[in-house]
Design a binder for this molecule. Structure first.
Ligand SMILES: O=C(O)C(=O)CO
Length: 353
């Protein structure tokens, strides 16, 4: 059902069957929005109270909207609010039709959006950077320590009888003190991770990117190095770059073969930047010491996947931004971007296409 503020208060029932969507829109004066997921309450509240839109949503957080359902439901919409599991491509934009003016994604990543198509059609795109930086940086540090200090293995041993006497080299890991931490793709999140790691007495931060980022680098005293130098020198390598055609599977056997056998690889960006077969090889042969992944291809990673068999690989189910505050902030920002976009005003966070 399309829900406007009035309808939600039970003052008005939408929608006489004989009217086309354009007629309904013109009569109500409200823009039509399709929301592809049950998003956290802050965003829904903003949309409801705006008096600007009527919306219809896929009312589940547990199952993504089936593609066919979405293709039908977007017909005639003025705006879509989506999450990262929905592919917004030419087929979907065709299904939505010419009224569609705004896509607002509740994510900082935008690899699920066909940007060329959106640009060609003059559709504006909102996204949600910044509000999730703290949460993602925090989780990255947690994952890094969990992997490097082998916490999952350790709790498993403690629970299952593997805890014998105190042993001199049992469950030894790698420490951050005096280490070199490398960041692949320096942006807000990379800086926030480094700021949190610095108090662990990291010796040096290095980074690589398409071009040097002196302003960001100066915040964490990081040195710009080549891709190969990053691989060779990092004791901990944290992937923070966006997934683009250029970064697809950039972490492959070429990178892993240059890393130290004591190095820890961490990925909280997108699974697609890693060649998982090459990573499995590097982990299982001891080419690198361990990997912590919050993101994989596909998601969810099938439980039969070989990476799950490795003790030195910690896999999380894409939860880097999963704190109540952050997810509500993302939801609110996505709603506000959408409303501003529909009014033809600058969004709070808009992708430059
Ligand atoms: O916002 C994103 O892009 C995410 O991956 C959510 O953590």
């Amino acid at each position: 059902m399309w829900c406007s503020r009035m309808a939600l208060r039970g003052l008005q029932r939408i929608t006489p069957l004989a009217l086309t969507s354009n007629m309904q829109r013109e009569m109500s004066g409200l823009s039509r929005v399709y929301i592809t997921r049950q998003i956290p309450p802050e965003g829904l509240k903003i949309l409801r109270e705006s008096g600007q839109v009527q919306f219809q949503l896929w009312d589940s957080d547990d199952i993504p909207v089936p593609r066919q359902e979405m293709l039908e439901k977007v017909k005639g919409a003025d705006a879509l609010l989506c999450v990262l599991t929905e592919k917004i491509d030419a087929e979907l934009l065709d299904a939505a039709g010419p009224n569609l003016k705004v896509i607002s994604t509740m994510s900082v990543g935008f690899d699920h959006l066909s940007l060329e198509e959106l640009k060609r059609r003059g559709i504006r795109v909102g996204y949600t950077p910044d509000v999730l930086t703290d949460s993602v940086a925090e989780l990255t540090v947690a994952l890094l320590l969990t992997t490097s200090r082998r916490l999952i293995e350790a709790t498993h041993e403690a629970k299952t009888g593997g805890w014998g006497t105190w042993r001199t080299l049992w469950l030894c890991g790698h420490e951050l003190a005096n280490s070199t931490v490398g960041i692949l793709g320096l942006g807000r999140i990379g800086v926030a991770i480094a700021e949190r790691l610095a108090p662990f007495k990291v010796k040096k931060f290095i980074y690589t990117d398409v071009v040097p980022r002196p302003e960001l680098a100066s915040m964490i005293n990081a040195e710009y190095v080549s891709f190969d130098e990053l691989a060779e020198q990092s004791d901990f390598l944290s992937v923070c770059c966006a997934l683009t055609p250029e970064t697809k599977e950039i972490c492959n056997k070429n990178l892993f073969s240059k890393m130290k056998s004591t190095s820890i690889f961490i990925n909280t960006s997108r699974g697609g930047v890693v060649n998982q077969d090459d990573l499995y090889e590097a982990l299982s042969t001891g080419q690198i010491a361990g990997a912590g992944l919050d993101v994989t291809v596909p998601e969810p990673l099938p439980i039969s996947h070989p990476l799950f068999t490795l003790k030195n690989c910690v896999i999380l189910p894409h939860i880097a931004s999963a704190s109540y505050i952050t997810r509500n902030a993302m939801s609110a920002l996505a709603a506000n971007n959408l409303l501003l976009g529909l009014r033809g005003e600058p969004m709070i966070k808009e992708l430059k296409l």
